[in-house]
Design a protein around this ligand. Sequence first.
Ligand SMILES: [Zn+2]
Length: 170
Amino acid sequence: MAILKVMKLGSDVLRKRAVEIESHDLKKGRFKHFFDDLRETMAEYSGTGLAAPQVGTGVRAFLYMVDPGSRAKGAVEVPQTILVNPTFEPLDPEEVEDWEACLSVPFLAARVPRPRKVRVRALGENGKPLEFVADDFHARVVLHESDHLDGVVYLDRVRDRSSIRYTIDF
Ligand SMILES: [Zn+2]
């Protein structure tokens, strides 16, 4: 396994639409090594999510987790999960704002509006179809990571720009 370099805002790969992964490539384990590297890299940087383009690989896959012990107080715990070729269907017209940050946009955070509840369809890392409903912080994480597959970063979605702030003291 290897810790991969995390691309920062300004890298072309973060602004390109990533390409679909074929399910037979997943079933044959062709991405297993890459997914292991994603897991190791996310753990190294204490991330909540990490999308393939963030480590310079333009494919539609990301890793995420929801740890209720950290900032997602009261959230449902989601173990480390890889989603491939995800699509979303909003289930609640209400959008909610909350804080987001990103390993590719270091030292910044801002409030971002997101749908509160979505139905998620994707392939799992083994190529099997997955379908589930995500709400609140869980929905926010999967939507943030999925944006990376379309060349979008959370700053693009900030409505209240006065909320953009540094998370460290220089
Ligand atoms: Zn991000």
